[in-house]
Design a protein around this ligand. Structure first.
Ligand code: ADP
Length: 180
């Protein structure tokens, strides 16, 4: 299912299957690959992604929470993977909201730097990292909207929900109850 909202598009599905300039990975600090979407992206991309993550690890020790790094897409359909590290949810006032917002903004800034025009995001931090799905969605949309105020060259941003719950939350949030 797919819903268009100006340049933001909402879909439910597997981000690794998208033919697009860049997909964003909800990575870990060591860029090792892991479970969830991270595992799926590393499996789909293969050795090329693993090797480039290793180089980044050697160069700068991985990726800090809220920051973003880029590799090519390896065997994936996407040309690039932007790896960003979401915060683990530790409750309100732990700074997690700001870190999550930084994930979206830093990923988009990196995309612009690389002349990437189409980019897809998973629901960062809402799996193993335990961020409340509704709050994470609000932060995702507000951060993207903020970024779009002085955009820049990005032509399409796809929000990819894997499960029904997130998809429903985003649909509501984007005010699109009646459009499917
Ligand atoms: P985190 O560690 O940041 O919480 P997870 O991978 O555990 O990352 O979960 C982040 C989100 O990615 C969850 O909403 C999960 O349902 C979703 N997800 C898992 N696999 C995929 C996939 N192949 N494509 C898109 N989203 C996915």
């Amino acid at each position: 299912m797919s819903i268009k909202y100006k340049i933001i598009e909402l879909i439910q599905g597997d981000i690794t299957k998208l033919k697009i300039d860049a997909i964003v990975n909800a990575a870990n600090n060591g860029l090792f690959g892991g479970g969830g979407v991270d595992g799926a992206i590393h499996r789909g991309g293969g050795k090329e992604i693993d090797d480039q993550c290793k180089l980044i690890r050697e160069r700068q020790g991985g990726c800090k929470t809220g920051e973003a790094v880029i590799t090519t897409g390896g065997n994936l359909e996407a040309d690039y993977v932007i790896h960003t590290v979401g915060p683990v949810w530790n409750g309100e006032k732990s700074g997690a909201e700001e870190f999550l917002s930084s994930c979206y903004k830093n990923s988009l800034n990196l995309a612009v730097e690389k002349n990437i025009e189409t980019i897809a995001f998973p629901c960062i931090s809402t799996g193993v990292y335990g961020f409340p799905k509704d709050l994470a969605a609000e932060i995702a949309v507000s951060s993207i909207m903020e970024f779009l105020k002085d955009n820049t060259g990005i032509k399409k941003i796809i929000l990819v929900c894997f499960e029904d719950e997130s998809f429903k939350i985003y649909k509501k949030l984007l005010g699109l109850y009646n459009s499917n």
